[in-house]
Design a binder for this molecule. Structure first.
Ligand code: SAH
Ligand code: SF4
Ligand code: F3S
Length: 485
């Protein structure tokens, strides 16, 4: 087996959290200057690029698919693992070639790496003209004019309030059927391995009415699925104090004087029964039975939960500062199974080779996987991030070879489990929302079932953006194959 790295592992599983290049484009009219924007990292970053494009559109920019053609090149970056940052540096080197023969082009670094490295990026990467952290996107027009005046421009202030609630994102690379809606920003957890609290700042929730409005607008434009995004959606909390003008509506939400995630789910589910709702990411310490019951109550809330465990060993979880134990986690899984049943999709994130992880700890991760049987997982080996709690407190003492071997064992087990879970679906009839042609052939369409599994089936007369009942006839570990009935 070849060496494993983040990129190819994630690549064949899904594009979530992937570090691979995504070129995003949209089309604006009656404009002159051109913006090329490329995004890395999690869905929140992709969602932010849509906010940045909206801000740039107001400045008269149109997006282009070609970096060569652009007046402004933005790269929206991720810092989650060292490899993610390496990919961005390589990409910047390629943009350097463009800058050589087109010195007037502005190159900007946005997102988490911008926040982590701040003005150091200008020194380290000589071609960078502009650096904007995740809470500084409204300032981009000012930063651009500083660059036009011949100055380098940096804004990496983190905010306690910014949610970009009033900005209508320009949907990039959209299939016109599924869209993401950011419901909160930042993270107040302090998982010891994680750089996100440093790059994204304090947790804050967005006004629920602006979320419902965005979902309703998407529905009227033909979208049929929204995914509510946050680093820890279960701690969503919005109160009238966060915005006094929301007070009147909030009081209708009964029991408490705030909108919880369960309330929010209900509000979005009521937009239209034909609009599917997904959400990510759930945190095992915060997910409540109320959320599970709300999921059960509304058929349009998809029966799928991404509940990252990270490790199956309580000792390691403790060092990771995840604030739950193996037993607590397994109780949450039991609650999901008892309220939502065996068919509810469950996925996870796993880190192999965290500081001090013994062979015994690793075996506990494998045995937890056997107990849960995840539908799929995003799997990584530990990459120390400067400034995090783990970097300060613990030694990154698991040998790289051992990390990779353990990761491979986790991946092999997951593949077996994905196949098993998919085989359970054989001969069942499932509702699928059609997202477009299958990757391989225009004679086939693909979409996802409620549990978030990709289903491929012959096209017949079916159309993108509609629901279809599909009988599952065959499967691989990654895909269900069926026929509409
Ligand atoms: N908010 C989400 C995770 C966001 S980061 C949550 O709490 O679950 C996505 C995933 O990247 C994490 O779940 C973790 O598995 C992985 N990850 C984060 N930091 C990492 C690091 N330093 N090394 C390896 N993987 C890491
Ligand atoms: Fe990182 Fe933990 Fe926050 Fe997730 S919950 S973003 S892993 S600190
Ligand atoms: Fe990466 Fe930042 Fe998301 S570090 S995973 S882009 S929050």
């Amino acid at each position: 087996m070849e060496l494993i790295n983040d990129i190819n592992i994630v690549d064949h599983l899904s594009d979530y959290q992937s570090n691979k290049v995504k070129i995003q484009s949209g089309s604006f009219e009656h404009t002159t200057r051109k913006l090329y924007i490329e995004s890395y990292g999690c869905q929140m970053n992709f969602s932010d690029s849509e906010i940045v494009s909206s801000i740039m559109q107001k400045q008269g920019f149109q997006t282009t698919n070609s970096a060569e053609d652009a007046d402004v090149i933005f790269i929206n970056t991720c810092s989650i693992r060292d490899k993610a940052e390496q990919t961005v540096r390589n990409r910047l080197a390629q943009f350097n070639a463009i800058k050589q023969h087109k010195p007037q082009v502005t190159i900007g670094v946005l997102g988490c790496m911008a926040e982590r490295l701040k003005s150091k990026l200008l020194e380290e990467e000589k071609i960078v003209d502009l650096v904007a952290g995740p809470d500084a996107y409204r300032d981009i027009p000012t930063l651009l004019s500083q660059v036009d005046d011949g100055r380098k421009a940096v804004n990496t202030f983190l905010s306690r309030e910014e949610t970009y609630a009033d900005i209508s994102p320009v949907r990039l690379n959209s299939n016109g059927v599924t869209a993401f809606i950011s419901i909160m920003r930042g993270c107040d957890n302090m998982c010891s391995f994680c750089v996100v609290p440093f790059t994204r700042g304090r947790e804050r929730s967005r006004d629920p009415h602006s979320i419902v409005k965005e979902a309703a607008e998407l529905f009227s434009q033909g979208y049929r699925e929204v995914t509510l995004l946050g680093q820890n959606v279960d701690s969503y909390k919005w109160s009238p104090e966060s915005s006094l003008k929301g007070k009147a509506q909030i009081e209708r939400h009964g029991t408490n004087n705030y909108v919880s995630f369960a309330h929010l789910l209900e509000m979005v589910a009521k937009v239209n029964p034909e609009l599917r709702i997904r959400f990510s990411t759930s945190h095992p310490k915060d997910i409540t039975d109320e959320v599970l019951h709300t999921m059960k109550k509304y058929q349009n809330i998809c029966k799928y939960i991404h509940l990252p465990v990270q490790s199956g060993s309580t000792v390691v979880l403790d060092r990771m500062n995840r604030t739950y134990s193996r037993a607590w986690y397994l109780n949450k899984i039991a609650a999901i199974r008892s309220i939502l049943g065996e068919d509810c999709g469950i996925s996870s994130d796993m880190i192999a080779g965290f500081c001090g992880e013994t062979e015994e700890d690793h075996q506990q991760t494998l045995s937890l996987m056997d107990q849960v049987v995840y539908d799929f997982s995003y799997m990584f080996y530990y990459s120390e991030r400067p400034g995090t709690l783990a970097a300060k407190k613990y030694q990154d003492d698991v040998d790289l070879k051992v990390k990779k071997r353990r990761l491979q064992e986790i991946i092999s087990k997951q593949q077996q489990h994905s196949l098993e879970r998919n085989q359970r679906d054989l001969n069942k009839v499932q509702q699928v929302l059609i997202e477009g042609y299958s990757k391989r052939s225009k004679d086939f369409l693909q979409g996802r079932n409620s549990a978030n599994k990709v289903v491929v089936f012959p096209k017949k007369d079916h159309r993108k953006g509609t629901y279809v009942q599909v009988k599952i006839k065959d499967c691989t570990a990654a895909t269900l194959l069926g026929e509409s009935v």
